[in-house]
Every structure is written in C-alpha cells, then in structure tokens.
Design a protein around this ligand. Sequence first.
Ligand code: PLP
Ligand code: ZN
Length: 413
Amino acid sequence: MTRPAISSPAALQCRICGQQYPVEPLTICEECFGPLEPSYDLQSLDGEVFRKHVEEGPASLWRYEALLPGGPGIERVDMGAGFTPLRRADRLADALGLERLWIKDDSVNPSNSFKDRVVSVATTMARAFGFQAISCASTGNLANATAAHAARIGMPCYVFIPEDLERAKVLATLAYGAKVVAVKGNYDDVNRLCSEVAEALPWAFINVNMRPYYAEGSKSLGFEVAEQLGWRLPDHVVVPIASGALLTKIHRAFSELIAIGAVEEKPYRVSGAQPEGCRPVAQAFKDGAETVQPVKPDTIARSLAIGNPADGMFAMQVSRQTGGAIEWCTEPEIVEGVRLLASTEGVFTETAGGVTVANLKRLVLQGVIAPREETVAFITGNGYKTVAALEGATEPTYNVAPDLDEFLAAIGL
Ligand SMILES: *Cc1c(COP(=O)(O)O)cnc(C)c1O
Ligand SMILES: [Zn+2]
C-alpha cells in the first residue's frame, strides 16, 4: 500500500511574533526572543486523507507523522512509543461522580512514561541534524527516555539530573548505559547548567537546543485521544503541568485536527494539575496574573518539580481561553490519588499521576468539571518508579506466622 507523501514541518515559527525560520536546531526568535515551534502547511492537508494515513501507519506516535517533525528522507527513531491505551474508567468515574471518564494510560511506554514520545521526535531530529551526542536536563522520566533511545540508536548519552532524584529513575538511566551527571541543586539549576553546556559543546540537548522538536512530540497524545474516541474530541481534559509543554501541545493537537477537518469542531476545555509544593502556574492562574512567578519546588511529585516553567504562561493562556482551570492538590492528596486510581482501575501511576487524579477530584468537587462532561485524564508515568512515595502510607494488611489457625484468626474467622 502506498502512503501519500508528507512534507512536514514547513518551517519553524515564532510563537510570539510569527517570524519564520528554516527547520534547523534553533530555539529562539532573533526578532523578539520568543520561543520557536514547527509550523505546518495545514491548508495542504485534508482531514479524510490524514485519518486514512494515520490508520494505515505504525502502532506508535509516528502514525501522526503528517503533523510531526521529521519529513521524507529522515530516518525515524521508533521504539514503539505512543499508541497507548485509552481506558474507559467507570469505577473511578463512579467514585468521583462523573458519567464518562477516560484514562489515557501513558505509563506503559517503552521506558514507562510519556517522555518516550517527546524523545522519539527529538532524537530523530538530533540525529538528522548530525549531532554527535544526546543529552538532557531531567526531572527523572526524561533521563530514562533519553538514555533508552540513545542506547537504541547507539549514540553517546549524557543525562543531567538533580542529585536527589528517585533511585529507580537514576539506576534505570545508568542501566541504559548513559553517563549520569548528578548536579548539586534543583531542576532549575540543572537546566541553567545545561543551557551553558549546550553553548560550549556540540551536543543535542533534547529539551534545550532541541526543545521545539521535543515539545512537538507531546501533540501525539492529543491526536491519539481523538483517534481512540473515533475521531472526535472530548469535552474536558485534565493534564499535569511541569514545564507546561504537554498541556499546551494537547490543545495544539486538537486545534490542528479541527483546522484540517479531521474532527468536527466543538468546544473543549483544558485544565491543568500541579502539586502544592510546586504550583507556579496554578497560583498565577488563581491570582489572575499575566505572568508566572518562579518558585523553589518542594514536592514528592518530582517529575513535576519545575519551579520556572518554560511554557507556564502559554499553559495558563490555554486554560483561560478554553474555560478550564489550573488547580493544585496537597502532598497527601497525591498519595491518595495514586491509590484511588490503582484501586479503582488497576493502573499504578507515579506521583505525577496522583497529582492528576487528585486535581481531577478537586475540579469535579468545585463544579469546574460538570458530571456530564466527557473527560480524559492524562496518566503520564508509572508507579514502580516512585514507590518510595507510598512508604509509610501503606503496610501489609495482616502479619502472620505460616499457620492456618493464626491466619483465620487474623481475618476474624
Ligand atoms: C515531564 C512530565 C510531565 C509534564 O510535562 P511538561 O511538558 O514539562 O509539562 C508530566 N508527567 C510526567 C510523568 C512527566 O515526566
Ligand atoms: Zn518573534
């Protein structure tokens, strides 16, 4: 079967002033210092042709190649990231008082978080641009995904992390063969160091000098939800926020699908979720502020611990424009959220997923999400990476000797 030719993206475009640039390793507009992002010739795409192309494509995020970076002649890095289950969550819906709820379960990606999507796209472009090494500044999941993809294509990999990251994330990164640079400081310190290293060395930093391509990979989550709902959009989505790129790009994906006629136009609302210990975007939203004030993160949701979020302002604009809200939950609510999702739906998520579920619950209680709204909650990471967060919160239900009578007595029989 021949698939129609795709030429994407047409250019990089400034998100502030619209100035266009060639598809190169550029990140910042020379005119206004605004961030750049890929732009596509949407006029040339037909919704029906797009849907057919997608449905004939691989079972990974690359099925959406028409609206992702990496055109003809570029060899893709494809470990099978994406095309994860959209699970109908009736038991969780009942617990929360919703009628139609879905869980987008990205905990089952190759390195067990949604970061495999963004890294698939960024490593594809990094290799095409001729970089000699792959690198990143990470809150943990990006470290795993970058190291896994670098191993897959046999490229040297240097991962920069805050020194006090969860053990599981550090050990897995090392197992993938990456060099791990543990930095004395928080993620924002790590990020600053990486910007300097990226100036000094010819390395592709997935989320620094490759950022326009990295962020674009998040759109695949939006495309997938629409496809899995039978090419239509939900009423409300709840998205965890670290840098804010994921939330912004889900909105972007929905609006591109509407623009090319791949789904029917309808209103949808985008809400964001942050933990109390790192809530710069949620606070700015609540205050009605125009800009996001940086904070020093202190939260068990380490993968969301970005105090100075690059896309925070854009995420806030999306929630305001679409009529959503950006909420935060307390630290104990994170653990409750992890347990609620696991015990109602059998999906064990990491602390970031706990943040999503806890905020979903709050948004329903506050009436921001109406019971009738068809809602999708994005579960972005796997609980086995952050088991320490449950330490002390749960214990074996019974402790017994290997003795039948003692066991029966313990369960009260
Ligand atoms: C990185 C990450 C996010 C948030 O991504 P941003 O695009 O930076 O907002 C959410 N969940 C998990 C598990 C992550 O690792
Ligand atoms: Zn500009």
